[in-house]
Design a protein around this ligand. Structure first.
Ligand SMILES: [Zn+2]
Length: 182
């Protein structure tokens, strides 16, 4: 017996697509497929001029219950990343990371790849250098989850998504509230 299925688009499909597009536009966070996520972001010439951008990113990050966000994820071609640390927004501008030798595998998700998670190998510890919002140089060491979040965000500035780095076969659908949203 032949299996009869009708794969033609039904009239309501255009409404569904419209609704999804509206949802994406409202979210203001670019999602997988948008070429702007694949650009290498530009260095910021004057880090002290990033206040408004960081404020906007911080609001979006909290609205989406994320852990970190890169400027490229909202279509801004600037090397700026933020993350939450003990409830506070931390900012790193023009980041340069030095990765430790030890690596570990952990689950990651991404606000730009909604509903998916996968295992990614990252350096356990990093040294981060860059500039703060006042334009002053900063340097600090981080490890564990914080090091993972910062590596993920700096990848975004180079047009790299976590799905490029997943352990083969580990990418799977996962509800947003169960994944680290970065
Ligand atoms: Zn991400």
């Amino acid at each position: 017996m032949a299996l009869k299925r009708d794969y033609r688009y039904r009239p309501y499909d255009s409404d569904v697509i419209g609704a999804v597009k509206r949802m994406i536009n409202q979210s203001k966070i670019l999602v997988y497929g948008d070429p702007r996520l694949r650009r290498r972001a530009q260095e910021v010439e004057d880090p002290s001029m990033c206040d408004a951008l960081v404020k906007r990113m911080s609001h979006l990050l909290r609205d989406h219950h994320g852990a970190g966000l890169a400027a490229t994820q909202i279509g801004e071609d600037k090397r700026v990343v933020i993350w939450l640390e003990e409830g506070q927004t931390r900012t790193l501008i023009n980041p340069v990371l030095t990765l430790g030798d030890e690596e570990e595998i952990g689950f990651e998700g991404c606000l730009s790849v909604p509903g998916m998670a996968g295992l990614v190998r990252r350096a356990v510890s990093i040294r981060a250098e860059g500039f703060n919002l006042k334009g002053g140089p900063i340097k600090f060491d981080a490890s564990g989850m914080l090091a993972r979040v910062i590596q993920h965000e700096v990848d975004h500035l180079d047009g790299v998504l976590f799905i490029d780095r997943v352990e083969p076969g580990s990418l799977r659908p996962m509800p947003a509230n169960e994944v680290l949203g970065i």
